[in-house]
Design a protein. Structure first.
Length: 277
């Protein structure tokens, strides 16, 4: 079994709807994965499995060497860092930024009467520094901009020194400066050999931080393609994933995509046209 994630034939069904079907996916220690796909493709469902917050209906989902359904998820979850809008929504607006981070060590949101070790306070300060938000440590979380909140959330998710870190659309809602700042910081994280395995969900290839190694492309709950980014992130695969003819460009270590013009539609169009609806 892979060290981090090993999904074999994984499906999730709700009522008569298949949210995921036949997903095979392995994530090894040290890998940095992007999960990309259109709205409703099943990306968040996949992360819920990976974080031990949902069990598969079919197949076998291995997470950090344990099989979901045969492990106490309350022991598994602290080993996984999650940054998502759902987690952010649970953080009280009046919470001090430094407390947002340090409380992660105790698996709670909202500081009450807990006593925290000095070493925890020190680690929280270092993480806020690394994410470029140390100057905000005494501010209330609710007063931060969206970009600042995202960075604080990532610091919180790293606080427990997780073995796996899941980032659900970390750049959503950020302006260009905020996005570029975040992509740069995630790139530093991706290249840190001590960082946990990373899985980042996005809708946009422009948000792939340099240093990410692999990509899983999802459409309608099924894997279109998965593997090393340079080999897998092709116009054909992206067109099939999003169901329209797309052109993919690489500029150094960054990616960009746009709708194919009439002239280059032939290259990408066949893939999109043939894609399942
Ligand atoms: N409990 C449920 N019952 C029925 N359908 C559900 C349920 N939960 C999610 N879905 C559907 O499953 C599909 C996949 O949802 P999911 O949130 O995983 O997609 P996503 O790729 O994360 O989408 P987005 O990019 O919009 O966030 C969606 O069509 C959603 O409406």
């Amino acid at each position: 079994m892979s060290d981090v994630l090993e999904f074999a034939g994984v499906g999730v069904r709700r009522g008569t709807t298949d949210l995921l079907s036949g997903v095979d996916w392995s994530v090894e220690e040290g890998e940095r994965w992007v999960v990309i796909g259109p709205n409703g493709a099943g990306k968040t469902t996949l992360l819920q499995l990976a974080s031990g917050r949902m069990h598969p209906t079919t197949g076998v989902a291995g997470v950090l060497g344990e099989v979901l359904g045969a492990v106490d998820v309350f022991e598994l979850r602290p080993r996984i860092g999650v940054s998502s809008a759902a987690v952010a929504d649970r953080i009280p607006a009046e919470e001090r930024v430094s407390d947002v981070v340090v409380t992660a060590a105790y698996g709670v949101v909202g500081r009450w009467r807990e006593q925290y070790d000095e070493s925890d306070e020190q680690r929280a300060a270092e993480l806020l520094q690394a994410l470029g938000v140390a100057h905000l440590s005494t501010r209330r979380f609710g007063t931060l901009s969206e970009g600042e909140r995202k960075r604080v959330q990532i610091a919180r998710a790293l606080m427990t020194d997780p073995e796996l870190m899941l980032l659900d659309e970390p750049a959503a809602g950020l302006d260009l400066r905020g996005r570029e700042d975040l992509v740069g910081r995630l790139s530093v994280l991706a290249q840190d050999l001590d960082a946990p395995a990373l899985v980042l969900v996005t809708h946009h290839v422009e948000e792939i931080p340099p240093g990410f190694t692999d990509i899983l492309m999802l459409r309608e709950g099924r894997v279109v393609a998965a593997g090393p980014i340079e080999l897998t992130l092709t116009a054909e695969n992206l067109s099939e994933t999003f169901g329209l003819p797309l052109v993919v460009d690489r500029h150094g270590d960054r990616w960009a995509a746009r709708a194919a013009a009439t002239g280059d539609a032939a290259a990408a169009g066949a893939a999109a046209g043939d894609a399942p609806r």
